[in-house]
Design a protein around this ligand. Structure first.
Ligand code: HT7
Ligand code: ZN
Length: 885
C-alpha cells in the first residue's frame, strides 16, 4: 500500500450535479442503480476525457451513458475503480451493481446490523455501495428510493425529506427521499428496518417547525428521552451561541448495535451506536448520560461544521472534527460544570493524546500524508484539533471568534473548505495575522514549556523565563521545528491572594480581572517576562484553564502546590496542582521501591486530601476529581521508561495510605452526602454521586469488613446504574482476598439481572477485563467464548479486549507476554473481518518503546507476527509499519 500526500491534491476531473439512487434491499444481492448527472469540471487541470470512479466489492451489472449501454471495451474494471475513457462534456451515467450487505463485516458501506440495513460512508464507504467520485469535494444533490419487504422493513429512511412512498407487488414497498442540500457521498445514509420511534418537534428562531425522530428497536423505546432532550438543547444552543439554525424539515437519529465509532452526522439522518444514544437511569451510568448528551450535540453541530461547510479533502478532517469537538465541549460546559468538563478534557488529552503525539504514529492536526484515512480519526485530529480552535478563541476573544465563525460559514456555505479557509476567516474577524499560529496544525508532537523564575528583592521584580521546545516526531526533527504561538493564561499568588500584574516584556499580552490575570502570547523559543512591584516571591499560577496543550515544567515545591490548590481562583489550576502533588508523592514512593527502601507517603498529601474531603464549600465533583489519583496510564505516559509494576505498586501504596489515614473523614463524607431517589442526570446529582462513589472506593480499599458489606448493600439496593456499577467495580477490582466472595456474587448477579441489555453486559465484560490476577488472560479467553460475546460487534471487542489492553496494564504487560499474544490473536482475526477495528485495537502494542527491553522484544515480536498475516489490510499495515519504523 502506498501513501497519499496533501501536496498532491488536485481538483476533481468531473462534477456530479445530481445523484439518483434506487435500492432493492436484499441480504446478499442488494440491487443498486444509480443515475449520475455528470459534467467536466471547468477548474480541472487535466485535458483528458477519462472518468475514473471509485468502487469496491460491487458486482457490476451494467453501465450506460445517456441511455446507451456500454460494453466492456468501453470501460475498464479494476479492483478499486471503474475507468471510462472518452466521456462527453456532460452526460448521465447509469450504473447497476449488486452488493451483499449481510456479508459486509467491515461495517463500512451498506451492511446489516442484526436485522436492520444501515450505512456508514465516512470516510470512503460510499464506494462500497456504488461507483462514484467518492471524495469530499464532489458535492451532489441526492434523490434516493429504497425498496424492501413491507413486513420485514416497514421503515425505510434516507437523507433529506420524504417525497413519495407507496406499495409495490409481492408485499414490497418503497420510499423516495430528496435532500436539497448538495453533499459529498460520505454524508449519504440509508436505513431499512423494523423500528419504532419517539417523536418531538423544535421551533427554530425564525419560526420553522422541525420534526424530530429517534428510531430504535421497540425494546429500547424507553431509553430515548435523554437523547431527545439533548438534541433540543443542542439545537437551541447552536442558535444562541453560533447563530446556526437547522435547515431541513426533519431531523432523524437511528440507533444501531454494530457500529465502528460513536455516531455519524449524515445529513438529516444521523446514525448512532446504541451506546451513544440510549440512556435510562437503571441501565446507564452518569458518564453514559453525559456521553449521550455530548455525542448527540456533536453530531447535530456537524450540520453546519462539516455538512453545510464540508472538507476539501481528508487532510482537512480536523476542520470539521476539531471545530465540532470544541463546539460540543463548550456546549457540555454550558449544560453542566465548566471546570469539571475542562479538567476531564485535559485529563484525556494529557494521558492519551500526549502519548499518541510522543509515539510512532504521531501526526500533525493537519496530516501531510496517510495510507488509510480511517487511521486518522485520532485524538490528535479530534481533541488536539479542538484545543487548537480553543487557542484561537482565547487569542481573539469570544466576540471576534464568533464574527470569524459567522464569516467562515457565510463564505464557505455549500462548499468544501480547508483549515486555511477557517483560519483566514478568524484572521480577518480578529484583525490579526495568525501565520505564527499555524505550527499547531502543521507539526506533530507536544511542545514542552519549561519555565524558571527569579526574584530580585531590591528591584522588587519577579521574572519568568519561558523556554519552548518540541521533541522529534516522525515527520520532523526537533531542531527543524518552528516555534509555536503559545497563549499562557496566568496570574501570581502572593501571601494575601492574587497580585496585580505589571508586566514589562516584548511579549504581547492582555490583562483582565482587575489586572490579576493575563494571557501572554509566546512566539519565540525563549522569552523573559518581568513583573514589577512584587514585594515577595509569589507562586505563579500558569496555564490557567489549560490554555495550551503543552507539557508545562516548573519546579514547584509541595508547599507551592498546596498554595495553588487552595488559593488559586482557577479551577483547572487547582486540580492540576493537586495532581502534581500526587505525582510527586507517587514518584517518591516508586523511587523507594526501586531502591529497596521502605516507602513513606508525604503527610502533606493526606493533610491536603483531608482538607478537601471535609470542605463542604467546594463542588463535590471537583473534590472527587482532585481525590482521584493520576491513572497508571498517565503515570506511564510521563515516565521515560514505564515500569508498570512499580507504577502500580506505588500508586496502590499511596491510595491505601490515604484510605487508611482518612477513613473516618471518607466515611463521614460518604454518609453525609444525599441519596437522590428520583434520578436525574444533572450537574448537582452527578457531582454528589461522583464524590460518594469516590469515598466508597477509598473505604473499600481499607478492606474493612463493614465497608465491603456496605458496598455489597449499595450494589444490591441501588436504583440507578451509576451507584450499582460503582459498587460492582470497587468490589471486583479490589486486590484484597476478603473482597473475592463479594466480587464473585456481584458479578454473577449482575449478569443474571442484565443479560438482556447488551450495553449493560458490555460493562460486565469491561469490569472483568480490568480485574487483577495472574489468571487474567485465561479469564479474557474464556469470556471470549461466552454466549454474550461476539467478535463482530465492535462494542463487545472494545468492552472486553480494549478494556483489558488499555485499562489493565499490570496483566496486559505480564512479562510472560501472554497479554500481548492475546491482543495479537484478536487483531489477526479482526484484520480479516473489520480492518478499522483491527487497526484501532493495535494501539497498545504500538507503544512498545515505552517499556523495558524484554517487553519491547515481546511486543515487537507480536507486531512482526501480525505483519506476516496473509491478506493484511491497509489499515493494519499502516499502523504496524509506522510503529516498527
Ligand atoms: N464523523 C464521524 C466519523 C465516523 C467514522 C469514521 C471512520 C469510520 C467509521 C466512522 N463512523 C463515524 C464521527 C464524528 O466525528 O462525528
Ligand atoms: Zn465529528
Amino acid at each position: 500500500p502506498s501513501a497519499i500526500y496533501l501536496k498532491d491534491y488536485q481538483v476533481p476531473s468531473h462534477l456530479i450535479d445530481k445523484t439518483h439512487l434506487h435500492f432493492i434491499l436484499h441480504p446478499t444481492k442488494t440491487r443498486v442503480s444509480s443515475d449520475l448527472t455528470i459534467r467536466k469540471n471547468p477548474d480541472a487541470d487535466t485535458k483528458s476525457n477519462e472518468l475514473i470512479l471509485h468502487g469496491q466489492d460491487i458486482d457490476l451489472q451494467s453501465v450506460s451513458i445517456d441511455g446507451r449501454q456500454l460494453d466492456d471495451r468501453d470501460y475498464q474494471l479494476e479492483a478499486e475503480c471503474l475507468r471510462i475513457a472518452n466521456v462527453p462534456e456532460q452526460f448521465v451515467l447509469s450504473v447497476v451493481g449488486l452488493i451483499a450487505p449481510a456479508d459486509n463485516t467491515s461495517l463500512e458501506g451498506l451492511y446489516k446490523s442484526q436485522s436492520m440495513y444501515c450505512t456508514q460512508c465516512e470516510a470512503e464507504g460510499f464506494r462500497k455501495i456504488t461507483y462514484f467520485l467518492d471524495r469530499p469535494d464532489v458535492l451532489s444533490e441526492f434523490t434516493t428510493t429504497v425498496v424492501a419487504d413491507k413486513t420485514e422493513f416497514p421503515v425505510l429512511l434516507s437523507n433529506g425529506n420524504p417525497i413519495k412512498s407507496g406499495s409495490l407487488d409481492d408485499n414490497m414497498h418503497f420510499v423516495t427521499w430528496h435532500d436539497p442540500f448538495p453533499k459529498p457521498a460520505y454524508l449519504f445514509a440509508l436505513v431499512g428496518g423494523d423500528l419504532e420511534c419517539i417523536q418531538d418537534s423544535f421551533t427554530t428562531t425564525s419560526g420553522r417547525a422541525i420534526d424530530l425522530k429517534i428510531y430504535v428497536e421497540e425494546k429500547d423505546l424507553d431509553k430515548c428521552d435523554h437523547a431527545m432532550a439533548s438534541l433540543k438543547s443542542s439545537m437551541r444552543w447552536d442558535e444562541d451561541v453560533y447563530g446556526r439554525e437547522y435547515d431541513l424539515d426533519i431531523f432523524m437519529i437511528v440507533a444501531v448495535d454494530d457500529f465502528n465509532m460513536g455516531a455519524m452526522e449524515n445529513k438529516g439522518l444521523n446514525i448512532f451506536n446504541t451506546s451513544c444514544v440510549l440512556a435510562k437511569a437503571e441501565t446507564t451510568t452518569d458518564a453514559g448520560f453525559q456521553r449521550v448528551e455530548a455525542v448527540v450535540a456533536h453530531e447535530y453541530f456537524h450540520n453546519w461544521s462539516g455538512n453545510r461547510v464540508t472538507c476539501r479533502d481528508w487532510f482537512q478532517l480536523s476542520l470539521k472534527e476539531g471545530f465540532t469537538v470544541f463546539r460540543d465541549a463548550e456546549f457540555s460546559a454550558d449544560m453542566g460544570s465548566r471546570t469539571v468538563k475542562r479538567v476531564e478534557d485535559a485529563k484525556l488529552l494529557r494521558a492519551m493524546q500526549f502519548a499518541e503525539d510522543a509515539g510512532p504514529l504521531a501526526h500533525p492536526v493537519q496530516p501531510a500524508s496517510f495510507i488509510e484515512i480511517s487511521n486518522f480519526y485520532t485524538l490528535t485530529v479530534y481533541e488536539k484539533g479542538a484545543e487548537v480552535v480553543r487557542m484561537i478563541h482565547t487569542l481573539l476573544g469570544a466576540e471576534a471568534f464568533r464574527q470569524g465563525s459567522d464569516l467562515y460559514f457565510e463564505r464557505n456555505d455549500g462548499k468544501a473548505a480547508t483549515i486555511e479557509d477557517f483560519v483566514s476567516s478568524m484572521e480577518e474577524a480578529g484583525g490579526r495575522d495568525l501565520s505564527k499560529f499555524m505550527s499547531w496544525y502543521h507539526q506533530a508532537g507536544t511542545p514542552k514549556l519549561a519555565v524558571t523564575a527569579d526574584y530580585n528583592s531590591s528591584s522588587r521584580e519577579y521574572a519568568l523565563t519561558f523556554n519552548q521546545t518540541c521533541p522529534t516526531t516522525p515527520e520532523c526533527d526537533s531542531e527543524d521545528k518552528k516555534p509555536y504561538l503559545i497563549p499562557v493564561a496566568m496570574g501570581l499568588l502572593g501571601s494575601n491572594g492574587p497580585l496585580s500584574l505589571v508586566p514589562e516584556t516584548d511579549v504581547d499580552f492582555s490583562l483582565s480581572k482587575n489586572d490579576t490575570h493575563c494571557v501572554l502570547e509566546l512566539t519565540q523559543p525563549q522569552h523573559r517576562v518581568v513583573f514589577k512591584d512584587i514585594n515577595a516571591p509569589p507562586v505563579p499560577s500558569l496555564m490557567r484553564g489549560f490554555s495550551a496543550p503543552v507539557r508545562l515544567q516548573f519546579d514547584y515545591s509541595p508547599d507551592d502546590l498546596i498554595t495553588l490548590m487552595t488559593q488559586d481562583d482557577d479551577g483547572f489550576t487547582r486540580w492540576d496542582a493537586c495532581q502534581q502533588l500526587c505525582v510527586s508523592v507517587i514518584h517518591e514512593v516508586e523511587a523507594s521501591l526501586q531502591q529497596g527502601k521502605e516507602p513513606s507517603v508525604d503527610s502533606r498529601l493526606s493533610d491536603a486530601a483531608r482538607a478537601l474531603i471535609t470542605n463542604q464549600n467546594l463542588d463535590p465533583a471537583m473534590v472527587a476529581l482532585m481525590l482521584t489519583l493520576p491513572s497508571e496510564g498517565y503515570l506511564a505516559e510521563i515516565a521515560t521508561t514505564a515500569n508498570i509494576d512499580t507504577i502500580h505498586s506505588a500508586r496502590e501504596i499511596v491510595r491505601n495510605h490515604l484510605a487508611a489515614s482518612l477513613k473516618t473523614e471518607f466515611a463521614e463524607r460518604f454518609d453525609s452526602l444525599p441519596y437522590f431517589p428520583e434520578y436525574e442526570a444533572n450537574a448537582v446529582q452527578i457531582a454528589v454521586r461522583s464524590l460518594k462513589n469516590c469515598c466508597l472506593g477509598y473505604l473499600v480499599a481499607t478492606a474493612d469488613a463493614v465497608w465491603l458489606e456496605r458496598a455489597m448493600t449499595q450494589y444490591r439496593t441501588a436504583t440507578n446504574m451509576t451507584d450499582q456499577s460503582a459498587a460492582l467495580s470497587v468490589l471486583a477490582l479490589s486486590p484484597d482476598s476478603k473482597a473475592v466472595d463479594y466480587s464473585v456474587s456481584a458479578l454473577s448477579e449482575f449478569y443474571q439481572q442484565w443479560q438482556s441489555e447488551a450495553l449493560v453486559v458490555n460493562q460486565w465484560f469491561s469490569v472483568q477485563a480490568m480485574q487483577p490476577g495472574e489468571e487474567a488472560v485465561d479469564r479474557i479467553r474464556s469470556l471470549m467464548q461466552h454466549e454474550a460475546f461476539n467478535i463482530n460487534n465492535p462494542n463487545k471487542v472494545r468492552a472486553l479486549i480494549g478494556a483489558f489492553a488499555n485499562n489493565n496494564p499490570v496483566c496486559f504487560h505480564n512479562s510472560d507476554g501472554s497479554g500481548y499474544r492475546l491482543l495479537a490473536e484478536v487483531v489477526k482475526k479482526l484484520n480479516a473481518t473489520n480492518p478499522q477495528i483491527a487497526a484501532r485495537m493495535l494501539g497498545p502494542l504500538t507503544k512498545w518503546r515505552k517499556y523495558d527491553s524484554k517487553r519491547q522484544e515481546l511486543m515487537q515480536a507480536e507486531l512482526n507476527s501480525i505483519k506476516q498475516t496473509v491478506g493484511l489490510s491497509k489499515d493494519v499495515f499502516e499502523v504496524i509499519s509506522k510503529s516498527l519504523a
